[in-house]
Design a protein around this ligand. Structure first.
Ligand SMILES: [Fe+2]
Length: 250
């Protein structure tokens, strides 16, 4: 997977799912920190970071009405939301991506050790290792990010999130990954990502308009990987948003 393309796709997912406010970039920085702490060799580290950038790619295929719904999702809507895992995985296959770590994280980052996750209900070591590690990162960020439906910011939110990871170590999360993540948090290694990238003004400064070249790469990849029978109008709209200058409003 090409870095420029991954960056463009990550930006487009962020535009599609605005509630997450730089979620993609925070989890990518956490992924780098975790992989370094685990002394993962460079090619795997790079692929783990790319997997983080792309983990929610399939949200492009979830209707806005579901993705941005303020209240609780009904069972059908929830099922549709869960399909972002397989939708992203299938898109990557159609794009020609072959790196196992990327495909595994995108498909299996919502699986749980006790088998209660989705989309495949895998348990324990059936869940690919990288996905088990990434789900700790994703879980932490869900509990500490700026989201429209709760205020999860600040040190106390982070402390609570670490406790929650520990409570669910062995049931939802891989215990070793929880320990590595907690140690990183306690060492202060995650502070700048946690603070800076959760600041709504600061993170906007990271995301100027996408270049025409990047947008073209993304357009080609997305159109080529569109699920059969799906309209491409939404993709054109997202690309238009991604390439316009920030002073314009939609
Ligand atoms: Fe996800």
């Amino acid at each position: 997977m090409d870095f420029e393309l991954a960056n463009a796709l990550g930006r487009i997912v962020e535009l599609k799912d605005r509630s997450t406010g730089a979620h993609t970039w925070r989890v990518t920085m956490y992924a780098q920190a975790m992989a370094e702490a685990a002394r993962v060799e460079t090619p795997r580290l790079m692929n783990f970071m790319l997997a983080a950038v792309l983990h929610d790619l399939g949200k492009i295929d979830v209707p806005d009405a579901i993705l941005r719904k303020p209240g609780r999702l009904d069972p059908d809507e929830f099922r549709r939301m869960q399909e972002h895992t397989t939708a992203g995985h299938d898109r990557l296959l159609r794009m020609g991506v072959t790196e196992p770590i990327i495909l595994e994280v995108v498909r299996s980052h919502h699986e749980r050790i006790d088998g209660t996750g989705y989309p495949d209900g895998l348990a324990g070591e059936q869940i690919p290792l990288a996905a088990r590690w990434f789900s700790v990162i994703d879980g932490f960020d869900a509990m500490t990010s700026l989201r429209s439906y709760h205020d999860g910011r600040g040190d106390s939110a982070a402390e609570r999130a670490i406790l929650d990871l520990e409570v669910h170590a062995g049931s939802w999360y891989e215990p070793e990954a929880v320990t590595v993540f907690r140690d990183l948090y306690e060492s202060g290694r995650l502070d700048s990502t946690l603070e800076h990238l959760n600041d709504p003004v600061a993170h906007q400064t990271l995301t100027g308009p996408l270049s025409e070249t990047s947008a073209e790469l993304a357009r080609e990849a997305l159109l080529r990987s569109n699920p059969p029978g799906v309209e491409s109008a939404d993709i054109e709209h997202l690309l238009e948003l991604a390439t316009r200058s920030p002073d314009r409003d939609d």
